[in-house]
Design a protein. Structure first.
Length: 279
């Protein structure tokens, strides 16, 4: 007698699949509430019930308490922001230009920024950097006349950068890494005056250079003249003598000494006659 084969009942297993899927979904949701990733070049400020908690979190996986803690990301990479501006000069002329500033948030100051001035990364430039930049630009350009600004543009750019760094260092939120001034725009009627001043400055520089060279030459000839006494002049004459001159002038400074009559070539220690004997 054969035992009948009973079919396997998969109803219980199939019933567990929705439950298993629900458990996995809940676990993923809870994990997403507990685990968060801070991208490279960013820091995260963690708040507990609205209050900043601990130091800013660095890049990588981090944990938080679900429903109680929240995070705010701040970009600490170098930011480049162009700022078009206009300003009055010392002689009350209006100039327009573009200031491109490079800055970076200090990573250890992200929590203080969140507490005191900006709760989002997008607010940092408008609330921290831009006011100090515009203040420095107006402060510096108000000290110079238009002609000076146009002719010393690069030097003034450095002064503005130092001024912006000084202003922002009062708060310590960001570091200024560079500043470029470009696109100077002025009224057309002032361009000719600026060009004339630049030409005059070049001529003045050339004249000063020529005067300095002439003074150096005069000083050199003065030293040479002081060093040419009678002994030196006589030695120079003997150094140039080719041995065929029949009359050698007397030694300068020797009073009424007669000239030396030379019958042959000079040798060390005396003169040689035609026969080779000392004279």
């Amino acid at each position: 007698m054969q035992t009948p084969i009973r079919p396997i009942n998969n109803d219980n297993g199939n019933a567990l699949l929705p439950l298993l899927g629900f458990v996995v979904a809940v676990a993923l949701i809870l994990l997403s509430q507990v685990l968060f990733i801070v991208p490279a070049g960013n820091v995260a400020v963690v708040t507990t019930l609205g209050k900043v908690t601990g130091e800013p979190r660095s890049a990588g996986p981090n944990f938080k308490v679900p429903l109680i803690q929240n995070i705010a990301m701040f970009d600490i990479k170098t930011q480049v922001r162009p700022e078009e501006f206009s300003s009055l000069t010392k002689d009350l002329q209006v100039i327009e230009a573009t200031a491109t500033i490079k800055y970076a948030i200090r990573s250890n100051q992200a929590g203080r920024i969140f507490r005191s001035i900006a709760t989002a990364n997008q607010q940092v430039y408008g609330r921290i950097v831009q006011p100090s930049l515009l203040k420095a630009l107006k402060s510096v350009f108000s000290q110079y006349e238009l002609v000076t600004i146009a002719s010393e543009w690069n030097s003034i750019s450095e002064i503005v950068q130092e001024k912006v760094s000084e202003e922002l260092s009062k708060f310590g939120y960001v570091d200024v890494q560079g500043l470029d001034l470009t696109g100077l725009r002025i009224a057309e009627e002032y361009r000719a005056a600026i060009e004339q001043k630049q030409i005059a400055d070049q001529r003045l520089l050339k004249a000063r250079t020529e005067v300095r060279i002439a003074a150096q030459e005069a000083k050199r000839y003065q030293h040479l003249n002081q060093s040419l006494n009678d002994q030196v002049l006589y030695k120079l004459f003997l150094d140039k003598w080719d041995g065929t001159t029949t009359v050698v002038p007397g030694l300068p400074g020797s009073g009424q000494a007669p000239p030396v009559i030379v019958q042959g070539k000079q040798r060390a220690g005396g003169l040689m006659g035609r026969s080779g004997e000392p004279v």
